[in-house]
Design a binder for this molecule. Structure first.
Ligand SMILES: NC(=O)c1ccc[n+]([C@@H]2O[C@H](COP(=O)([O-])OP(=O)(O)OC[C@H]3O[C@@H](n4cnc5c(N)ncnc54)[C@H](O)[C@@H]3O)[C@@H](O)[C@H]2O)c1
Length: 363
């Protein structure tokens, strides 16, 4: 099997889908690995390290795509990459098709076996390939929010931790899953006043136990969200319904009630976003203002810390990559229901029901 590792081309992307260490493992199991030159350089992995790990390097992205049985990526293919995809090829990467109808169509037309990291399931109902990036995005959301709250970046001038004699900033986190819980951890750590809302009482109970009253937990419903959002200095969107388009939990009216210069970081933007006024931004232009409120909605936040993110991601993907090399893609999917749950497109069809619902077609 030939595994292709292209250089990521999304704006500001610094991650790479394979470290030299994962490359060594794949080669030892019998794969040939073709890496595009400088694919790992933004994450601090040098071409020489891939060569030493047994990879072949090429300066041609086209060669990587055309030769590979399995293309291993980080982010979804962009329009510039569509024509490089080979009919029947397997693609293992984040796809987020609920927010990407155009890509879903391309994958169907080109009959790509599209395995989405974000819907691969662990045995316990978890999403092991989404989890590490959600942890990173959750943690980053607080430092990003703190940055844009500073006056010279247009923010309201609130220091989240406050100082003795002043009230700390108020951080409201909607969604208490992997991203939300790590946002809570960072916000509580710097001394902000933190409220977290979720529909899942067990998650709220866990956070209540962990923070022993220092973090306020609330059931997510429109009344609670409206009251909290109006008082928020920093609002974090971190909800997920797996594979589906994110539900809008914060309305335009609620955003309009926020104080000017307050900041929203909608981590859920990769699934379409959970704030009514949100649209995707990029690392080049990460924020815009709406109703006087700063909106940040970068779909590849972990690229800000490419080294940590690459190591976190590839540690999670390694067992799946190893299994695919050992068994072949088809047998690996047949024998591992968790990996099978990652298959979003196959033989010209979308086979994930939530994606079909979100994009409105199945082939
Ligand atoms: N922007 C980025 O760079 C980036 C990086 C990583 C993850 N993400 C995204 O972050 C989002 C969250 O991922 P996660 O791993 O934390 O998911 P998760 O499944 O661990 O947590 C999601 C939480 O949302 C809750 N939820 C669902 N509907 C809700 C509602 N109406 N109100 C309140 N809570 C609700 C669920 O109960 C769950 O606890 C996903 O969209 C994921 O793709 C984005």
């Amino acid at each position: 099997m030939i595994i292709g590792v292209p250089r990521e081309i999304k704006i500001g992307e610094t991650r790479v889908s394979m470290t030299p260490s994962l490359c060594r493992r794949a080669v030892s199991l019998g794969a040939r690995v073709l890496v595009e030159k400088s694919a790992g350089s933004s994450a601090g992995f040098l071409d020489a390290e891939y060569r030493a790990a047994g990879a072949t390097l090429t300066s041609s992205a086209e060669k990587v795509w055309r030769s590979a049985d399995l293309v291993l990526k980080v982010k979804e293919p962009l329009p510039a990459e569509y024509s490089l995809m080979q009919k029947g090829q397997a693609l293992f990467t984040y796809l987020h098709l609920a927010a990407g109808a155009g890509l879903a169509k391309e994958l169907c037309q080109r009959r790509i076996l599209g395995i989405a990291y974000e819907t691969v399931e662990g045995g316990d109902g978890s999403y092991p390939l989404l989890k590490p990036m959600s942890h990173i995005a959750g943690r980053l959301s607080i430092q990003i929010g703190a940055y844009f709250l500073q006056t010279q970046y247009g923010g309201s001038g609130v220091l989240l931790g406050g100082i003795p004699g002043t009230a700390p900033g108020h951080v409201v986190v909607v969604g208490a899953g992997n991203a939300g819980a790590h946002a809570v951890r960072m916000a509580a750590g710097i001394g902000a006043r933190v409220t977290v809302l979720d529909l899942d009482m067990r998650k709220l109970e866990n956070l209540d136990q962990e923070y022993r009253g220092k973090v306020i937990t609330l059931m997510s419903n429109p009344a609670n969200i409206e009251a909290e959002v109006a008082a928020a200095d920093l609002l974090i969107g971190a909800v997920l319904i797996p594979a589906a388009k994110a539900p809008i939990v914060v309305t335009q009216k609620m955003v309009g009630q926020m104080r000017p210069g307050s900041t929203i970081v909608d981590i859920a933007i990769d699934q379409g976003g959970c704030i009514a006024t949100i649209r995707p931004t990029s690392h080049k232009e990460p924020v815009y203002r709406h109703h006087g409120v700063i909106h940040y909605a970068v779909p590849n936040m972990p690229a800000l810390v490419g080294r940590t993110s690459t190591i976190g991601l590839t540690q999670a993907t390694e067992p799946y990559v190893a299994m695919i090399v050992q068994k072949g893609v088809e047998r690996a999917i047949q024998e591992h229901p968790g990996l099978a749950a990652g298959v979003n497109t196959r033989d010209g069809h979308i086979i994930n029901d939530e994606v079909v619902k979100a994009v409105g077609f199945d082939s």
